[in-house]
Each structure stands twice: as C-alpha cells, then as structure tokens.
Design a protein around this ligand. Sequence first.
Ligand SMILES: C[S@@+](CC[C@H](N)C(=O)[O-])C[C@H]1O[C@@H](n2cnc3c(N)ncnc32)[C@H](O)[C@@H]1O
Length: 329
Amino acid sequence: MPLPAPFVERLEQIVPAGRFDAVLASFEAPVSTGFRVNTLLVPEDETVEALRGESVPVEAVAGVPGAYAVPSEGRAALLASRPYAEGHVYVQNVSSQLPPHALAAREGDRVLDLCAAPGSKTGQLSALVGAEGEVTAVEKVRPRFYKLKANVYAQGATNVLPWMGNGAVYWRREPEAFDRVLVDAPCSTEGRFRTHDPETTAYWSPRKVKEMRSKQVKLLWAGIQALKPGGTLVYSTCTFSPEENEGVVAKALRTFGDAIEVVDAGLPTTGPVAAQAVPGLTEWRGRPFPEAAANTRRVLPNGLLEGFFVARIAKHASTVDQNGQNGHS
Ligand SMILES: C[S@@+](CC[C@H](N)C(=O)[O-])C[C@H]1O[C@@H](n2cnc3c(N)ncnc32)[C@H](O)[C@@H]1O
C-alpha cells in the first residue's frame, strides 16, 4: 500500500534533502521492537539479566536511560519471555520514551500529563518523580481513560492521579500548580505510518492535519497555564507536519511573548537518537517561524526510531492574572 501522495510531497519539503530517501525507505523496512524496563516493579539489571538468560537478543540503546531494543526477529522471544509476562518489560518505541527524559522531572515534582492514555509516558514519569512526587494524568476519551487507569495500575505506579476530562480546561482547577507539564498531543500520527499496514494511513488527510492543529494549540495553551513560573513544559507529537509542530510552538510564542522561551529540546547528545535528530524548521512554505523554532528537534525515523517531534519550553513569568484567569488571549 503506497503512502498518500500529498503526504510524500510534503515530507520531501520537511526532511533535509540528503536524508529523504532513507526516511522514505524506513516506512517499509522491518523495525526493531523498543522497550523499557519497568523499574517501578524490578531493578533494571535483574530484568535485563533474566531476558538474556532466556536468550532474548537485548541491546541497550545508547544515550536513552532504561531503553532497549530487540531486532525484528527477536520480537517473538521478547513477547514470550517471563519478564514480559510479569510486566517487567514495557514495549514502547524508543522515540516515545524521549519526552519524559526531556522534561527532566525530578524526585518530588508535581507533574501534569495532559494527554495521558494509554499511559506509557505516565509510567515513566511516575518512576522519575518517585514516592514524594505525583503525576496528574488527564485523558478525555472515556475508553482510553479506563485503559490508562488499568495500565497505570499494571505498571505498579502508586503516585498517579488519573482525571477524565478535557485537558484544555484542567488548568482552571489548578492554575500554575505544576513543576513540569507534558503535552504529548493527539496528532495525525505520520511518524507511525507503515506501508504494509493500511490502517496506519487510513485516517490521514491535509484536513486532519488542520483539525489536529487546532486541538494542539488549545492543549499547549492550557499546559502553559497549568505550569508554575520557573517550570518546564515538553510538547511532543509523533508526526511530521510543521503545522502541528513548529507551527503550534510559534503560536504559543506569539500568545505568551517573553513569559515563555523555547529552549534546547534536551534530547540525547550521543547514540542513535543524536544521529537521527535534526533542528526544527524555521520556515514552512515561505512563512517564517520564530528563530527559536530551531531549538526544537525532529527525530527522523529509521529501523529503531519512529518519527517524533519534541519542543521544550521554559516558563519565566506568570501568564495567569490574580483571579486565576487567563492573562493572555
Ligand atoms: C498521543 S496520545 C498520548 C499518548 C500517551 N502520552 C502515552 O505515552 O501513552 C494523545 C492522547 O490524548 C487524548 N486526548 C485528545 N484530546 C484530548 C483533550 N482535549 N484532553 C485530554 N486528552 C485528550 C487522546 O485520546 C489520546 O489518548
């Protein structure tokens, strides 16, 4: 099944010229299975040893704490292993593991995970903030919310407060209350396209990109309102469309001005992620983005990594007036 032609045409303008062929080929190549060890249940070295004891061909991913991968031919052995059956292994693409590390949540932090289901990053954040910290995990879609709750429980996370509702309004309950905010936004999922799986491209259209952008703008705006001055927010997607990535960050900069700053995205500086990460675009189809868009990062897909986008925002001043209402519109 070929990729949608308008998508390929756009992709060629998004990806650096010398890397386009490799990116295109990645949509049909076999992929490794990325995973992390669920340290909420067992220490990392015990799990890795147990997997190797069952002859699972595990490789650590340099530069990404706790990340591992098995080649495509090792996937069946991983999924048949005892650590997997016992929930000690959490299958999650290595790109998807990056936003919680970029957020650099510390022990004891209060974190808001604004688009949380199925809870892969919630589990990572739970481990990072520890018993003294807390993760509020928001999800709007009811069946996905129940999946999130079950998944958080299965991962052994005891410091997560799940909340079902619209992430775009959560900040009104607790304005500027969180040390860290993750907005892992719903998106057009272009980074997950696979040519052999028509389901992955079935819902894509240029209209879908526009529709997702308008949701993302509201969610990022709300995430900034929930963040304490002095705090850090990460905005991430698994898509390539500049309208959903640099375009959303640019809109936040126009809205909040100097109260926020787009800082270095905080991705690994060594290993396979560093090799696949390129700066965000500073213009799209003749329209410039603010220079700071170059601090965002696009992770180009290969046999290990899905296509991903990560932006990190530092908040320097309050954006909410004294009544807890929006100070910027
Ligand atoms: C990319 S997924 C999040 C993946 C998740 N962070 C993880 O790592 O497992 C985006 C999620 O946002 C949810 N969502 C969409 N609109 C929302 C909204 N307005 N408020 C809260 N959640 C929303 C979707 O239902 C979906 O579960």
